[in-house]
Design a protein around this ligand. Structure first.
Ligand SMILES: [Fe+2]
Ligand SMILES: [Fe+2]
Length: 261
């Protein structure tokens, strides 16, 4: 999604999973639970000092690095810097992050690394395979290759298994200055925005492909207890139902040739 749309609710859309004090996660808004889930994570095969950890699952719009430096964590302690797909709001500031995190390594899909990231980033990425798990101390992140979900060939998502947190990138996108997290339905918010967007210049942000429904069902089967959105309120509750409902909403709006022409 275009980056410029998201500066106002910025603190709500970033989500991190890096080692820091649990209290610092409050500054991350939507990421509170997700961050707490990964707090104090250690590093697998890391040369970082004991206080450092990772990953951060977002490396978006230029500008956030200094803000986070002030509010959340010393960026120099980041070890892993990950994102869903190669788009400015996802990874446009990747090299800025790498500059301030000398031990940081990009983490992305095999396709992402080989098609774009390794040509763009100042250091090569760790190219992940579908379903590959990496541990950062007590937390385990399952890497999910999700081509074209939410969009882009190289798309991927992360699932933190110990706290059952799904980092969902653009899935469940909803407009407005939303609360950091909610236990209320987020699918209807998404669907309303999608229906409206299909009538305007942002139409067709989400391709509806033969992979879409199966991917969403696969995510639902993970039974996340928290879905950490990039754009909107993070959801706490029955993530399996939310993802199955999301699949229905996307099929209603985008499936069967219904996408805006
Ligand atoms: Fe996107
Ligand atoms: Fe996005």
């Amino acid at each position: 999604m275009p980056a410029e749309m998201f500066f106002a609710p910025f603190a709500l859309m970033i989500f991190f999973a890096f080692g820091s004090s649990a209290s610092s996660s409050a500054a991350v808004g939507a990421a509170t639970t997700a961050t707490g889930a990964a707090a104090s994570a250690g590093l697998a095969a890391s040369t970082a000092p004991p206080s450092a950890a990772g990953p951060a699952f977002f490396a978006g719009c230029p500008g956030p690095v200094s803000r986070l430096d002030e509010q959340v964590i010393d960026p120099a302690s980041l070890r892993w810097i990950s994102f869903s797909h190669f788009e400015a709001d996802e990874c446009g500031a990747l090299n800025e992050w790498l500059n301030v995190a000398p031990q940081g390594t990009p983490v992305c899909s095999f396709v992402g690394a080989n098609v774009s990231v390794n040509d763009f980033a100042s250091r090569p990425a760790r190219a992940m395979s579908n379903d590959e798990v990496f541990a950062t101390g007590k937390y385990r992140f399952r890497f999910l290759a999700t081509p074209h979900v939410p969009h882009c060939w190289e798309a991927s998502l992360l699932f933190e298994e110990t706290a059952a947190t799904l980092f969902s990138s653009d899935l469940f996108f909803h407009w407005g200055n939303a609360e950091p997290k909610t236990t209320s339905d987020v699918v209807d918010r998404f669907k309303q925005g999608l229906v409206a967007d299909q009538q305007g210049p942002f139409a067709n942000a989400y391709p509806y492909t033969p992979l879409t429904e199966g991917t969403l069902k696969r995510l639902a089967a993970l039974k996340p207890r928290t879905i950490a959105l990039m754009h909107g309120s993070s959801f706490e509750g029955d993530g399996e139902k939310a993802l199955n409902d999301l699949a229905l909403a996307m099929r209603d709006v985008l499936g069967n040739g219904a996408a805006s022409k």
